[in-house]
Design a protein around this ligand. Structure first.
Ligand code: PGA
Length: 238
């Protein structure tokens, strides 16, 4: 695992974008795995900026997102579908037919999403990390063998995400559809970005802890090509 420690969030976003640009310019048709949450927003802004400068095109790019809430409409302001359009897709030249997010709550929805990803192969998967070390919505205890599945969100995650729902935990969906850990591990390359002291324990567990399903991100120690980009606060326990 390559670890890059940056002084602050702005630098994290710039370093993460360097990795993204290298992959984007390495071949004609890139497949990206994308994440939502506060952390990747800076990276997405760097992507949009460099696209506007004419340096990179997403015309031939296909994207798969990690996860989506169950039980909220796609056009809900806090759906991940809306998040991706607002924070990235509207600002680059990607064909929205090629921006794919999981959706639904049945075993068939999960199998269909998995099949759509298996038809290609993700060149670069962007990940954030939860304070509880979740990746995607794979909460502690999720099997390392899991494929796309329906997840019950843990209270800690509902609490973390209440900030997007008027700080009202009762408004936060309680389930999500998420790529599984085995799905994420199939990506050719992974970049995980983390910022802030509230991620320090999770980052420690991911890099130096025991590889255990209790710490979902720890599985990344077994992936051949992972880059971790963190600020000093998130790296403070390494
Ligand atoms: P955050 O979420 O970027 O909003 O901190 C990360 C995650 O839960 O994966």
């Amino acid at each position: 695992m390559k670890v890059i420690v940056c002084k602050d969030y702005a630098e994290v976003s710039k370093e993460a974008y360097k990795v993204m640009k290298e992959v984007m310019t390495s071949k004609e048709e890139v497949v990206l795995g994308l994440a939502t949450g506060s952390t990747p927003i800076g990276l997405y802004q760097e992507m949009a900026k460099d696209y506007k400068a004419g340096n990179v095109s997403y015309k031939n790019t296909k994207t798969f997102n990690l996860d989506e809430y169950v039980g909220i409409d796609r056009n809900h302001p806090e759906s991940y579908y809306t998040f991706m359009n607002t924070n990235l897709f509207e600002h680059i030249d990607i064909d929205t037919n090629n921006t794919i997010l999981p959706y639904g709550d049945t075993a068939k929805d999960c199998a269909d999403y998995e099949a759509s990803m298996s038809a290609c192969s993700i060149d670069l998967q962007v990940l954030g990390i939860g304070g509880n070390a979740h990746i995607g919505f794979n909460e502690p205890g999720t099997s390392f063998d899991s494929l796309t599945h329906i997840v019950d969100l843990q209270e800690a995650t509902i609490k973390d995400n209440a900030r997007f729902f008027d700080n009202d935990m009762s408004k936060v969906p309680t389930q999500a559809i998420s790529m599984g850990i085995a799905t994420i591990m199939k990506s050719k390359k992974v970049i995980l970005i983390a910022s802030g002291a509230n991620k320090a324990d999770a980052v420690y567990g991911m890099v130096k802890g025991e590889i255990t399903e209790v710490v979902p991100a720890s599985i990344l120690q077994n992936h051949a090509d992972v880059i971790l980009v963190v600020d000093e606060a998130a790296a403070s326990k390494l």
